[in-house]
Design a protein around this ligand. Structure first.
Ligand code: 5GP
Length: 218
């Protein structure tokens, strides 16, 4: 899908920026006894980096491992970063109701959160973190309205573009698709309970984990 990106919407001082600033300034009032945090945000904002930081520094937080039909990137480990499955296997699991949520992301690969592991983590009393896209976050809200929905925002639109280009893992066409998705996702920030600006990975991660009532283990 190609939709022209409106650079003014997300430009510094533009409407999206302004709204994000208002939201981050808003007092954060987490729901009581938050045990599930859903982290969403636009492509390349650093959700993966924040999740990796949480994995390393906050082992008490249980991170959901998503299933995906996309190919692994260099360095990605099956079962740690994702469970990589074939399309047919993914569809079979959809049919048998194995997913808490699932979506086709960026019009290409399928991604989903296996339901069983989330339920087991919660039964063990471990706080759970789900890093998923906007479509998935909306599905989880239907099923778990008590969860806390956190939007990870870039410091600016230019910085988001810089991170996506700098990552160098996508083709030009793929980048354009992802930026078009990002524009839509930024516009949905006000659906979330809390907005965290990812200006510094450690700070953003600690803010995120503080919402789960956990403390750094370092
Ligand atoms: P990537 O391919 O860059 O790892 O991830 C692409 C997008 O898929 C990201 O926005 C990521 O948050 C999202 N994603 C990862 N896992 C899931 C999942 O289980 N469900 C949904 N709905 N989105 C996911």
């Amino acid at each position: 899908m190609s939709r022209p990106i409106d650079p003014t919407a997300n430009a510094p001082g533009g409407p999206t920026q302004e709204r994000l600033a208002q939201q981050t300034a808003r007092p954060q009032a987490p729901k009581p006894d938050v045990r599930v945090v859903v982290l969403a945000g636009p492509t390349a904002v650093g959700k993966g980096t924040v999740s990796a930081y949480v994995r390393t520094h906050f082992p008490q937080v249980w991170l959901s491992v998503s299933m995906t039909t996309r190919a692994p990137r260099p360095g990605e480990v099956n079962g740690v970063h994702y469970l990589f499955v074939a399309d047919e296997e993914f569809d079979r699991l959809v049919q048998t109701g194995e997913f808490l949520e699932y979506a086709v992301v960026h019009g290409r690969a399928k991604y989903g959160t296996p339901r069983g592991p989330v339920e087991r983590a919660l039964a063990q009393g471990r706080p759970a973190l789900l890093e998923i896209d906007l479509q998935g976050a909306r599905q989880v809200r239907e099923q778990m309205p008590e969860a806390l929905f956190v939007f990870l925002a870039p410091p600016s639109w230019d910085e988001l573009v810089r991170r996506l280009v700098g990552r160098g893992t996508e083709s030009q066409q793929e980048r354009e698709t992802r930026l078009a998705t990002a524009t839509r996702e930024l516009a949905a920030a006000d659906e979330f309970d809390v907005v965290i600006v990812n200006d510094d990975v450690r700070r953003a991660s600690e803010e995120l984990v503080s919402l789960l009532g956990s403390r750094p283990s370092h």
